[in-house]
Design a protein around this ligand. Sequence first.
Ligand SMILES: [Zn+2]
Length: 488
Amino acid sequence: MRFYTLISLIVCVSGCAARAVPPSMPSGSSPQNIILIIGDGMGPQQVSLAFAHERFSRHKHAGIGALTRFFASSLIGMHIPFTDNHLVNDSACSATQLGSGCACEPQQVGMDSRSVPCENAAEAAHKMGMRTAAISDTRLTHATPASFGVHEEHRGHEDSIAWKLSNSSLDIMLSGGLAYFASSSGSLGEKPLCGRTTVASKRKDALNPLENAMKRGFNVVCDEEGLEEGSLPLLGLFAERDMGDAFHEGRDGEPTLVEMSERALTLLDNPKGFFMMVEAGQIDWAGHANDAGWLLAEMKRLGNLLSAIEDFTKRHPDTLVLLTGDHETGGFGFSYKDSTVGGESSGRAKETKLDFAPAGLIDVLDASSMSLKDIMKQFSSLPQVDRTPGKLREMVFTGTGQRLSPQDAQAILDTPLERSPFYPYSDYLPSARLASRLAPHTNIAWSTGTHTSTPIPIFAAGPGGERFRGVMTSKEFGEQLLQIVKRR
Ligand SMILES: [Zn+2]
């Protein structure tokens, strides 16, 4: 009797907070297929933003619906994004830990802290006869997708990463980054690629990854049409550098994250199973930019992906779906504030002075149709004489629906753009400076322009998902993943 009580207690400690696995998803066995989805920069507050949209927005979004359904029906665990010797991680080492169970240091790609290459889940799956894919809405040579294809001492060596990817065992690679794959001459080869024969190459050496991939039999495609026709092995390079953000997704022939993933699922499906890593990578970029409207748009893009994955797993219940982040970006969160200090609400009665963020703020964020980064880019490209506070207010209103006060607009123009310890990226400075003025009006507090050590939720559904229950390190997540691949 006591034995059973103890067993119940253990089961309860590890699983009471989580809902049961959906009946269509068998648990406790080995999965035929494994889909790992990494929401880059997605911590618990980013997850909460999706829930807030589902609950409070006047405009329901099918993707957010699918995403929150997946959150609510999955097993839940948590990983702590420590590196071997640091408290904060980056996407390279985190993807290396999550995908390889490797003890690495920030910025290392597929290598441990002694610089020894470590086998990742895609490589292990390939050895097991499974098909493999790495997909991202950023660029292929970026830290997360690279960590599933190559081993490189530093994420910044993107030309070397492109060369190694062209030699990797992945069956499918889909993202941006064409400029790193074309030879230094910029030539795209004898046949035009999407009507082009040249590109502004980012390479400085004599290597030609594009030609190498073709020699290895890869079908190289560069637009949505090519993607639909391309067969295995498939290399899709849909942008010179980065793919479009969630506001511009699917434009100019670029496939969407869903289109890339659905095409991959069709090609990967086979009796020996597959491993697919898909990255929703620009959640992180919106966090670096401290841009909550963009962040919400990226969560919708992730939601659209979950909707497509939900369709696939209904037909293939023997699929393990893992959704997690690699680290949190921005220290994002809603926060209550004293509405009598500054702003338009000064003078409110003492008992009503605390403003707990009305739920309608979700609709304010939902009105964004452009990132703050792009707004500031367009503003700074205007002739000096046109860069007035009034013009900035007009552009912010057009892009976000939010009204910047004349004082804030003037303050933005008067504040010099200077990097600071937690805002080290010049690219994101104009956006973060604008965000610092807009965020308080939507009860949002950002704590940094980089990453935080926030623990990251793990959502798992399907056979093998129970292994990810509870609290673990990012490295232990990878160890579990590799064991699942190898024990199939
Ligand atoms: Zn980042």
